[in-house]
Design a protein around this ligand. Structure first.
Ligand SMILES: [Zn+2]
Length: 249
């Protein structure tokens, strides 16, 4: 397998790679409980991006964006946060750079809930002025993975939560040496079903963790990784086959 991570490519290797599309992992730098590393969101997004690029020709792996919008996690030490406005500007300028160099197919793999509004708005606004730039986003892998796996895979809260069962399982699968399971502790808050209350995160949990990380396992993480990699790989292949155009149902 030839190198596909841009930061590790020479100019010669980039030319030879004939890249026609890119994948951008976006993370955050924020507290993920006593048991997970600050870079969990970036590590997960990057691992997914690299695994997909190994399976799809011409897919360039862009440097992972390590900062996101983490103001809602500020109560727990430490969060290095961008504002939504700043993140939108950064994304717009990444889109512009790619488009200017002829790479007009982009998959964003997002690792962090706080980034979703900025990614959505930046992508929609950019495409309004640049219809030739195609942008696809996996906004919330934690929800997608939970839907892809058989019911009953997760033991608490459907595997969801910040630093919860699903995310901790992914970390165990990707970087077990960085996880300290003996410190895993979370809370499952009772949330209204149909209306979103804009809670501050410390109102939801005193641990900086929602969900139940004690139910996490390497095996669940491997199942999530496999399902997401297969999903994204076939997604890109299908999009390429139809030139990233929309089709009739
Ligand atoms: Zn996270």
């Amino acid at each position: 397998m030839s190198e596909r991570r841009l930061l590790r490519l020479t100019g010669r290797a980039f030319k030879d790679g004939e890249f026609d599309k890119a994948v951008l992992p976006i993370g955050s730098t924020e507290y993920h409980g006593e048991h997970l590393p600050y870079g969990t969101d970036a590590l997960v997004a990057e691992a997914l991006a690299e695994a997909v690029a190994e399976r799809v020709d011409g897919l360039l792996v862009l440097p992972t964006l390590p900062y996101g919008m983490s103001r809602h996690y500020y109560h727990f030490p430490i969060a290095i946060s961008l504002t939504t406005n700043t993140l939108m500007l950064v994304l717009r300028e990444i889109f512009q750079s790619l488009s200017g160099h002829g790479i007009r197919r982009l998959l964003i793999i997002n690792g962090h809930d706080g980034n979703i509004p900025a990614i959505d708005a930046a992508a929609r606004e950019f495409r309004a002025d640049n219809p030739e730039m195609k942008i696809a986003v996996l906004e919330a892998w934690w929800e997608t993975a939970a839907r892809l796996l058989p019911e009953g895979t997760f033991e608490g809260w459907g595997g969801l939560g910040h630093g919860g069962e699903g995310e901790t399982s992914m970390a165990l699968a990707i970087a077990p040496e960085l996880v300290e399971m003996e410190y895993a502790r979370g809370r499952i808050p009772k949330l209204p079903l149909h209306v979103q209350v804009k809670w501050r995160f410390e109102e939801l949990t005193p641990y900086g963790v929602t969900g139940d990380p004690t139910k996490a396992s390497t095996e669940k993480g491997r199942m999530m990784m496999k399902a997401l990699i297969e999903l994204l790989t076939s997604f890109i292949k299908e999009m390429d086959e139809r030139n990233w155009e929309i089709e009739d149902l």
